[in-house]
Design a binder for this molecule. Structure first.
Ligand SMILES: [Zn+2]
Length: 48
């Protein structure tokens, strides 16, 4: 994903930082949910 370059004032810097942190958080949640989703899929098709 391409980041749009913004100016370097504190407001934009803070906003960018918060945006990146929320992306990292989303990714962490996704990774954390992966085993659970796999488990659900496998059990629903009868492999477990
Ligand atoms: Zn700015």
């Amino acid at each position: 994903m391409e980041q749009e370059k913004t100016c370097n004032c504190l407001e934009c810097e803070a906003r960018e930082k918060a945006h990146k942190e929320s992306e990292d958080m989303n990714f962490a949640v996704l990774v954390a949910l992966m085993p659970l989703m796999a488990l659900t899929v496998f059990s629903s098709i009868g492999l477990i």
